[in-house]
Ligand binder design. Structure first.
Ligand code: M6R
Length: 596
């Protein structure tokens, strides 16, 4: 989490403060507890505070004329959000100023070994890095060696931007585990945690790898290994369109991204089918055919999509499939089958918990496939194979179109394995896109339901079969943006304890999309109703009853999660809107979770 951006050089009409601030605005999805920038203008000038980039804008001196700046937007890990814990941080003499995304795991050890009696100002691990660079420089190392020395002794993750006040014609960067890109301009060069933070200024990028050290000047970028060996790397042209990252007419990115789901599904169909056949990398097809068990590893919404994926791989492709919480898998690894395939589901492709598993299973020699929205992301680069979601940039912290896209891609993969009739699946996915459009065209229903029912402190989603998996995701969506305590429950399991929480007016939202569980779920609805619950039913038309509040056109039941989830996304959106919350940036969260 946290985002960093840096700029050196000159371009007519570009003011460094603005480049850094606009980059940070694009990176705010990564963390928004505090923000800060360092500008070199006949000396180091630092502006920083807790709060959003919009607040930082009011602090920055716009009259400064500079050629060098670095900036940071924070998701607090070490120390509360405060002015003193905000980045940039400096070494004690003020010579070195740094911004950092990542976590230094051995900071206590390093403090004890090298920095006894050091006058730390903040509670952050980052200040240790600034202090150590100065320590090694004062002990006779040149600055570049001092930085590489520090890279060699810190354990953990980092994307760093480093300014030495004595050499303002250069700045340094370093990367390990946390994402970082270089942007190449005409007369300037940049770094950024992602392409969105840079794309407004250039589309020429260089990818960086772990343990690399970078020296940036206005007219050159040099990349070195941690040991100082020069690395040559060809730049690439980033195809991201700057306008993809704008909200346009929408009040929030989340609503825009909910509305984009039909296009995302249609794009997936265009990418993964030819006119008459599936269009999937044959190596992936082969590896899937030869596997005896799939292990889906993911976090949050991606993991919830993984549960639906399990259903698809088992029922369509007949491949046993397990779903694992990434952060658990690393430290409590289950028994692995003889020919496993690991599928990493991740919108961002940067989730540290998932990456830790990927590193582990690669060492064990297992095959891996990443399904992600971000081309060139860490999980994509490091897995054996990648399938892209092609969903377009997802910016709202609450993931929506990535969820449906992940399910659509897994459905196609499973169907290909089972030789499912191509035209049948294409038609069903086209139908899915149309049904989602009908749902999003009728948003008022969801606003009214949210305003009427989602006004309590807690809420339940219930379902059976694959509806249970959708219920889990629906609950995550509602709780993360509205702060209503919501649980997704297997409808039949409520009576084994949780039904004790149902009281007069408790909202219970039931999802019904599978014929074989329709009556059972309806019995469970009666159970909660008779204990005072206000029930909303979301059902497919052929299974609906006259009193169901949300009735969705029929689609093949195996693809039902693609449509039943959409009303729940809208309910979450309107519940949060009704409470006046910042929907795209819910409290305590960040979009891309790059710390374990
Ligand atoms: O980028 P990823 O899909 O790997 O992210 C995983 C989770 O952090 C993410 O899905 C998170 O749960 C979202 N905030 C949910 O809306």
């Amino acid at each position: 989490m946290c985002g960093i951006v840096g700029y050196i050089g000159f371009k007519e009409g570009l003011q460094v403060q603005e480049v850094i601030l606009s980059g940070l605005e694009k990176l705010e999805y990564r963390g928004y507890d505090s923000a800060g920038i360092c500008i070199y203008n006949d000396g180091i000038q630092i502006f920083k505070d807790k709060g959003r980039v919009a607040h930082l804008r009011t602090l920055v001196d716009n009259s400064l004329n500079s050629k060098l700046g670095i900036g940071h937007t924070r998701w607090a890990t070490h120390g509360i959000p405060s002015q003193s814990n905000s980045h940039p941080h400096q070494s004690k003499t003020g010579r070195f100023t740094i911004v950092h995304n990542g976590v230094i795991e051995n900071e206590m050890e390093l403090r004890e070994k090298y920095l006894e009696d050091y006058p730390f100002i903040s509670d952050t691990d980052t200040e240790v890095i600034a202090a150590l660079i100065e320590y090694f420089e004062e002990n006779g190392e040149d600055v570049e060696l001092a930085i590489r020395h520090v890279m060699g002794i810190i354990k953990g993750s980092y994307a760093l931007g480093i300014v030495d006040s004595r050499t303002p014609d250069v700045f340094y960067a370093a990367k390990n585990k946390s994402p970082l890109l270089v942007g190449l301009g005409d007369g300037f060069n940049m770094i950024g945690s992602d392409a969105m933070s840079i794309i407004k200024y250039t589309n020429q990028f260089i990818e960086l790898h772990d343990e690399e050290f970078i020296v940036l000047k206005s007219d050159s970028v040099s990349i070195y290994s941690i040991l100082g060996a020069k690395i040559e790397r060809t730049p690439y042209t980033e195809t991201l369109d700057a306008s993809d990252t704008e909200k346009g007419i929408y009040p929030y990115y989340m609503l825009k991204e909910i509305d984009e789901q039909p296009y995302a599904i249609r794009r997936i169909v265009a990418k993964y089918f030819t006119d008459t056949d599936y269009n999937i990398n044959p190596n992936i097809v082969e590896v899937l055919s030869n596997t005896d068990r799939i292990y889906i590893v993911a976090a949050g919404t991606s993991m919830n999509a993984g549960f639906v994926g399990k259903q698809l791989f088992e029922s369509i492709a007949k491949i046993p499939t397990e779903v694992h919480i990434a952060s658990e898998f690393v430290y409590n690894t289950p028994l692995i089958s003889k020919k496993p395939l690991f599928i990493f589901l991740s919108q961002s492709g940067e989730t540290a918990d998932s990456r830790a598993v990927l590193v582990k299973i690669k060492k064990l020699g297992y095959k891996s496939l990443t399904i992600t929205n971000v081309k060139g992301s860490t999980l994509s680069r490091e897995a054996d194979y990648t399938l892209l979601l092609h969903a377009g940039v997802e910016i709202a912290v609450a993931s929506t179109k990535a969820y449906t896209s992940q399910i659509a891609v897994m459905a196609i993969l499973a169907a290909n394995e089972a030789n499912m009739d191509v035209s049948f699946l294409k038609t069903q996915l086209a139908l899915v896109a149309n049904i989602i459009e009908t749902i999003t065209d009728n948003k008022l229903i969801y606003k009214e339901l949210a305003d009427k029912y989602l006004v309590k402190r807690n809420c339940f989603y219930i379902g059976r079969h694959v509806d249970y998996y959708v219920a889990i995701e629906a609950a995550l969506k509602l709780k993360e943006i509205s702060y209503i305590q919501t649980e997704g429950f297997a409808a039949g399991e409520l009576k084994h304890g949780t039904i004790a929480l149902i009281e007069q007016g408790t909202p219970v939202i039931a999802i019904i999309s599978q014929e074989n569980i329709n009556l059972n779920t309806r019995s469970n609805i009666k159970e909660v109703k008779s204990r005072g619950a206000n029930v909303i039913v979301i059902s497919l038309k052929s299974l609906s009853s006259a009193t169901d509040q949300v009735v969705i056109d029929d689609v093949d039941p195996i693809l039902a999660p693609l449509v039943t989830i959409v009303p729940t996304q809208l309910l979450a959106y309107y519940a949060a809107l009704g409470r006046g919350l910042d929907i795209d940036k819910p409290r305590n969260l960040a979009k891309s979770v790059t710390v374990e």
